[in-house]
Design a protein around this ligand. Structure first.
Ligand code: ASP
Length: 323
């Protein structure tokens, strides 16, 4: 029988291509987030507190496509979304279409803890944030503006048509930065939790909701098996209910690493005809860590009891499309 190791935290700063201009700050960012989450776990904190605060750290870091560093949509505006799930109670909270909430993950937590609902968007979410005096910060960085101008120029020049986002990114994947953030944790009491936050897909149509705030798609946690957070093309994760699929694999007995690899294999097999770039992190209830992707990179970090310092990387297990 595998010896349980507790506590454990795994975080990601997004799939996609991590170019040198941001890779160092990305690695520093995921390490810092893992440290903050692990400190909470070490002090007997709950998994749900650890994942929320780890994600909040990355929302404040403009290296990532979440919170302050969020990608711009087609109309050059930001619409952020986030979700959290507590594996002990199966309670979950999510918020979407947020324009200026400094930490969308804190609003997701409020939805989970203070309302009877799971998912609140737009004006209602904004009102809720006001009721709880959440901090505001206009998310609009020079880096995301630069990416936007590049992406938009190609569109305007008619180099490709915006018929479908999938074919658009297939033709020009380098212009789409997938740097959503997420965290999964196992606390000392054996509880798991997951949190995910994003500015969404660059150049998305206003009003588009991705996988990150959708429970089961970009995020899932269940004390029976473990927790998972996804990053990549949200539409792929939605169509395969990917985070829940990873949890189902773990529930059937697979270790976290095997489960995320199987899920990426599923993406490669079932949705191979579209742009299907994805990354997944997971932890199972035995404290085993999983990370896999078919995207060029996955910026991620983890801490286990044996390793007091975070281990960070821009790659994990790369699962290629079968020939
Ligand atoms: N999954 C996110 C979305 O589609 C994007 C990302 O992971 O960066 O909204």
């Amino acid at each position: 029988m595998f010896k349980v190791q507790k506590p454990v935290i795994v975080v990601h700063g997004g799939a996609g291509a991590w170019y040198p201009e941001r890779s160092q700050s990305g690695l520093e960012g995921v390490k810092k987030a893992a440290d903050v989450g692990f400190e909470i776990l070490k002090r007997d904190g709950e998994a749900v507190d650890a994942v929320v605060e780890a994600v909040a750290i990355m929302e404040d870091d403009d290296s990532f496509n979440a919170g302050y560093g969020s990608s711009l949509n087609l109309e050059k505006r930001v619409e952020m979304e986030a979700s959290v799930m507590d594996g002990k109670t199966l309670k979950a909270g999510a918020a979407g279409l947020l324009k200026d909430i400094k930490n969308p993950i804190h609003l997701a937590r409020i939805v989970m803890d203070k309302t009877d609902h799971v998912f609140v968007v737009g004006e209602g979410a904004d009102k809720l944030a006001r009721m709880f005096n959440l901090e505001r910060r206009k998310p609009f960085t020079k880096l995301r503006l630069k990416y936007y101008e590049k992406q938009k120029k190609l569109l305007v020049e008619g180099k490709f048509k915006l018929l479908k986002l999938a074919s658009l990114v297939k033709k020009c994947p380098d212009f789409f930065e997938l740097d959503t953030v997420g965290a999964v944790a196992l606390d000392k009491n054996g509880n798991v939790a997951a949190a995910t936050s994003t500015g969404g897909f660059p150049l998305k149509i206003p009003g588009r909701i991705g996988d990150s705030p959708l429970i089961g798609c970009g995020n899932y946690a269940d004390n029976r098996c473990g927790a998972c957070s996804a990053t990549g093309v949200g539409e792929i994760a939605i169509r395969l209910v990917l985070a829940k699929t990873v949890c189902n694999f773990m529930e059937s007995g697979m270790p976290a690493q095997h489960a995320v690899e199987q899920a990426i294999t599923l993406v490669n097999k079932r949705l191979n005809d579209v742009y299907n770039s994805m990354g997944l992190i997971a932890v199972d209830v035995y404290g085993r860590v999983g990370a896999a992707h078919n995207s060029p990179n996955l910026c991620w970090a983890y801490i286990t009891p044996e390793k007091s310092k975070p281990i960070a990387s821009l790659t994990a297990k790369l699962v290629k499309t079968p020939p």
